[in-house]
Design a protein around this ligand. Structure first.
Ligand SMILES: [Zn+2]
Ligand SMILES: [Zn+2]
Length: 467
C-alpha cells in the first residue's frame, strides 16, 4: 500500500516536471514571434501569465513585457530572483512603462488590476502572491503607509479605497551610466504621475555622495529600510537622510576620521538613536576608538548583527561591548582588523560568554590573537553552541594550538565553516610577510582533514582564507 503511494507521488512529481518543461517550451516558442505573442496575450488564460512573464523576462522580450504588465491580471508582480546581465535596466524600464497608473481619486471599478510592481531582488518571492494574505514583518507597524507584498491583496478589495500605484525598488547611486539613466527615467515617471505613483525605495546604496542631492528631490525615503553609504562625511548622512527613521540595516564605510568625533558624531548618534528597528549595523573604516560605549547606548538592545571592522577599537571598547545589553542578543559579530588583543583578552572572553546563547557567526580576523590568547578563549568558545561560522584568519597561531582548537570545536554540532589562519611554521620566516610554503600548508590541511574524519565531523569545512 505504502509502495503504491510512493509510486503515485513519484509519477505526480514526474508529471509536474514534464508539464513545467512543456510550458517553458510553449512560452519560448510563442516568444519567438513577438507580434504574435502580443496578439495572443488578449486570449491568454490567467494561469499562463506567470510562466510567459518569466520566459519573456529571461529572454529580454521588452515589448512583450511592457504589454504583459499593462494587462497583468493580478494585484502584484515581483521580479524576485529573476536576473539578467544584459539589458537589465532596459527591461525594468519597459515594465514600468507598461504600468497603467490610475490618476488620483479615480474611483473607476474597472481600472487595472496591477497595483504593486516590485523590482527588488528577493530570494523567497514568487512572481505573484497567492490570494491568501502573507505577513511581512516590516509592514506590521500599523500606521506606516506601506502596503505591499500581498498585504491587502484581496481579490474582492473595493477599489473605492484609492491608493497610488507602487513601484518597489532598490536603488544604487554611483557613477555608473546605466544606473544614472535608470534614475533619470524614474524621476520623469514620478514627475509625470505626481500623487498617483509611489516610488517606494526600500534599499539605497550610495557610492557617490555628490550625486545624491538631485535624487533626493524626487525620492521619498520614508520607506527605506536598507541604507549603504560608501565614503561620506557623517554630517552628510544625517542631513540627507534625516527623514529615514525605519532602517533595518545600516552600512557605512570609509568615513573620514574627522567626522567621527565632536559635534558631527553627536548629531550622528542622535539620528542613529531614532532607528528603533535597526537590526544590522555594519561599520567599516569608521573610527570608534574609545567611543563604542556612546554608540551602544543609542542602539536597540536587540541588535542582531554588529560588524565593526577597521574601527580602531581599543580594550575599553571591548569592555563596553561585553557590558552592553546588545551582547546577549547578537547573532553575528565581526571585530576583524582591530588590535583588541594587544593588552588583555578577558573582556573578549566575557563578551563571548554573554553572546554564547545566540552567536552564530563570529569573525576576528587579523586581531593579533596569539596561541596563549586562543587557548584561554577555548572554554568560552566551546560554549557557543549556535555557532555556524568562525573566522579567525591572519592571526599568529601555531599548529599544536590549531589542533587543540579543532578538538574543542568538534563538539559544536552546528559549526560548519571554520576559516583558520595559516599556522606560522608554514611561512619561511614565521611571519605573514615572508613567503608561504605551499607544501607545508598542504600537510596542515591534510592533518586537519584526518582529524575531522576521526571524530566523524567530515561535515565541517576548515579552510584558510583566500589571501
Ligand atoms: Zn505580491
Ligand atoms: Zn513606500
Amino acid at each position: 500500500m505504502e509502495d503504491d503511494l510512493q509510486l503515485q507521488i513519484r509519477f505526480i512529481k514526474m508529471d509536474q516536471k514534464a508539464t513545467a518543461t512543456l510550458l517553458e517550451l510553449a512560452a519560448k516558442s510563442l516568444l519567438s514571434n513577438e507580434p504574435a505573442a502580443i496578439h495572443a496575450l488578449e486570449e491568454l488564460p490567467r494561469d499562463l501569465f506567470v510562466p510567459l512573464f518569466i520566459a519573456a523576462f529571461l529572454g529580454g522580450h521588452m515589448k512583450v513585457l511592457k504589454e504583459m504588465v499593462s494587462i497583468w491580471p493580478f494585484h502584484c508582480l515581483h521580479i524576485g530572483t529573476l536576473s539578467r546581465e544584459e539589458s537589465y535596466y532596459e527591461i525594468l524600464e519597459a515594465m514600468i512603462d507598461g504600468l497603467q497608473i490610475l490618476p488620483a481619486q479615480n474611483s473607476s471599478t474597472c481600472g487595472p488590476k496591477l497595483r504593486i510592481l516590485d523590482l527588488m531582488e528577493d530570494q523567497d518571492c514568487e512572481t505573484t502572491c497567492p490570494s491568501i494574505r502573507k505577513t511581512f514583518p516590516f509592514l506590521e507597524e500599523a500606521q506606516r503607509n506601506v502596503r505591499c507584498l500581498g498585504i491587502g491583496n484581496s481579490e474582492s478589495e473595493p477599489l473605492s479605497a484609492w491608493k497610488p500605484t507602487e513601484v518597489l525598488v532598490d536603488l544604487s547611486i554611483s557613477g555608473n551610466l546605466k544606473k544614472k539613466q535608470f534614475l533619470s527615467f524614474l524621476q520623469n515617471k514620478v514627475e509625470e504621475n505626481i500623487g498617483s505613483l509611489h516610488l517606494c525605495c526600500r534599499g539605497l546604496h550610495i557610492d557617490s555622495m555628490p550625486a545624491v542631492k538631485s535624487v533626493l528631490q524626487f525620492l521619498d525615503l520614508g520607506c527605506t529600510d536598507h541604507l549603504e553609504v560608501y565614503k561620506a562625511d557623517l554630517s552628510e548622512v544625517t542631513t540627507h537622510f534625516a527623514q529615514m527613521t525605519h532602517l533595518n540595516s545600516l552600512s557605512l564605510s570609509n568615513i573620514p576620521f574627522k567626522s567621527c568625533k565632536g559635534r558631527k558624531f553627536n548629531t550622528f548618534l542622535t539620528w542613529l538613536g531614532h532607528q528603533d528597528n535597526l537590526q544590522d549595523l555594519i561599520l567599516c573604516s569608521f573610527c570608534l576608538k574609545n567611543q563604542l560605549h556612546k554608540l551602544l547606548r543609542v542602539l536597540p538592545p536587540r541588535l542582531d548583527t554588529l560588524y565593526l571592522t577597521f574601527c580602531g577599537l581599543s580594550n575599553r571598547d571591548v569592555i563596553a561591548l561585553s557590558q552592553s545589553s546588545q551582547a546577549t542578543h547578537l547573532t553575528q559579530l565581526n571585530l576583524s582588523n582591530n588590535q583588541i588583543f594587544s593588552e588583555v583578552y578577558e573582556p573578549f572572553q566575557t563578551l563571548l560568554e554573554k553572546a554564547s546563547g545566540t552567536l552564530q557567526h563570529l569573525e576576528v580576523n587579523n586581531c593579533l590573537i596569539t596561541d596563549s590568547i586562543l587557548s584561554a578563549l577555548l572554554p568560552a568558545l566551546s560554549h557557543c553552541s549556535h555557532l555556524r561560522i568562525l573566522s579567525f584568519a591572519s592571526n599568529p597561531i601555531t599548529m599544536p594550538v590549531l589542533r587543540s582548537l579543532l578538538q574543542h570545536l568538534t563538539s559544536l554540532t552546528k559549526l560548519k565553516y571554520v576559516i583558520y589562519p595559516v599556522p606560522v611554521h608554514c611561512y619561511e620566516q614565521e611571519d605573514f610577510h615572508s613567503t608561504l610554503d605551499q607544501q607545508k600548508l598542504a600537510e596542515v590541511q591534510a592533518q586537519l582533514k584526518v582529524m575531522l574524519h576521526a571524530v566523524q565531523r567530515d561535515d565541517m569545512n576548515w579552510t584558510t582564507s583566500p589571501e
